[in-house]
Design a protein around this ligand. Structure first.
Ligand code: EPU
Length: 337
């Protein structure tokens, strides 16, 4: 295991923030994880596991941590039942490439999550979701390294406290667990999930819809609305879509009859944060190199040289503007360091 110092993290975070890692190492094996964590303890440095850096905003110039870039590889079929095939994938594998590869191998079920940047390990930490699917629905088991026991443990999906953009791995109490691999349960009998209207429109006219068709439709829809992080820095949606109770919703509906909302049960409504930011006049707005994407107001973008602190300040401005207009408090979706 090799520890580097003052490594530029710009290539390792999709917001393209030019922060430096005080210490940096690449993780290829479980042994690397153990050695890196031991090194961090010995040197009194807090470790930080970095996936694809696609859901991250680093607000400091130097991140005083040991950045462990997750690069554990591997993809293998590990079992099956009459209903599903189990495929185990290394935490460092690229998410989109994995979805693509699985479809080519004949395993469908993750196609609605195509083109989401990041790694397989991060997909479960964040419980990524799009177009009516969340990764949690396809997770069988997650292998983690637990520093407290110095052992590899297998966690069932039910133990992971999955919710909208949330898992147990985001809780402070479990944040030290390092995801090593994810085993997916992929259905043998597959039907497309076209509940999202834009997706259904995209495949209209096709006689039979295959997983590859849905994959390509998702790629097309996402490419229209979301910036390519290789071209324009972003972390996807910067805020979660807020959930409000019935009373607050009725009050909002009276004032803003066209407010975009989805019933999430229990009398609660999820509001489209992108719509609110747009209505507040901030779509395409820009302050220096920090701005809101011109095609999707929920996405914060780095037009080039914005620092993490500048992006964070811009996000606070967006949050305050939405709060002033709608009385709704937005919570950031990415991890803020
Ligand atoms: N809208 C506007 N103006 C905007 C942006 C959105 O009016 O500038 C409206 C849209 O017209 C639509 C509604 O707001 O009626 C929702 O927009 P959209 O369908 O683009 O989805 P979203 O709620 O903004 C969520 C996820 C995305 C995911 C899409 C599709 C969150 C925080 N975001 O976005 O996930 O791809 O749905 O399922 O839940 C991500 O997490 O990084 C991400 C991109």
């Amino acid at each position: 295991m090799q520890i580097q110092e003052l490594v530029d993290l710009k290539p390792f975070n999709t917001m393209a923030v030019a922060a430096k890692a005080r210490y940096f190492t690449t993780i290829k094996t479980q042994t690397d994880v153990q050695e890196a964590l031991a090194w961090a303890t010995e040197h009194g440095v807090e470790p930080f596991v970095l996936g694809g850096g696609a859901n991250l905003l680093i607000t400091t110039e130097v991140l005083d941590r040991l950045v462990m870039r997750m690069a554990i590889e591997g993809l293998e079929v590990v079992g099956e039942t009459d209903e599903v095939t189990y495929v185990k994938v290394g935490a460092g594998e690229d998410w989109h490439a994995t979805v693509d590869r699985l479809i080519t191998m004949g395993y469908a079920g993750l196609e609605n999550l195509a083109l989401i940047p990041g790694t397989v390990g991060a997909s479960v930490v964040q419980n990524i979701g799009a177009y009516g699917t969340e990764v949690a629905q396809r997770v069988q088991e997650i292998e983690v390294f637990n520093p407290a026991t110095d052992e590899v443990e297998a966690m069932r999906a039910q133990e992971c406290d999955f919710a909208y953009r949330h898992s147990i791995f985001k809780d402070a109490t479990h944040a030290d667990l390092v995801v090593l691999s994810v085993t997916f349960a992929l259905p043998k009998v597959w039907t497309p999930n076209l509940s999202y209207k834009e997706l259904a429109n995209q495949v209209e006219g096709l006689e039979t819809v295959t997983a590859r068709d849905v994959f390509e439709a998702v790629v097309a829809v996402r490419s229209r609305k979301l910036p390519d992080p290789k071209v324009l820095g972003s972390a996807g949606s910067f805020f979660k879509n807020p959930v409000v109770d019935h009373d607050q919703f009725l009050a909002l509906l009276e004032k803003f009859p066209s407010i975009v909302h989805y019933d999430v049960g229990g009398g609660h409504q999820k509001l489209a944060a992108g719509w609110m930011i747009d209505q507040a006049g901030l779509k395409g707005h820009r302050e220096g190199d920090a701005g809101t994407y011109e095609k999707q107001a929920l996405v914060l973008v780095n037009h080039g040289e914005a620092t993490g602190a500048e992006l964070w300040r811009y996000a606070q401005m967006v949050k305050a503007t939405v709060n002033a207009k709608f009385g709704v408090v937005l919570e950031p979706e990415p991890v803020i360091l």
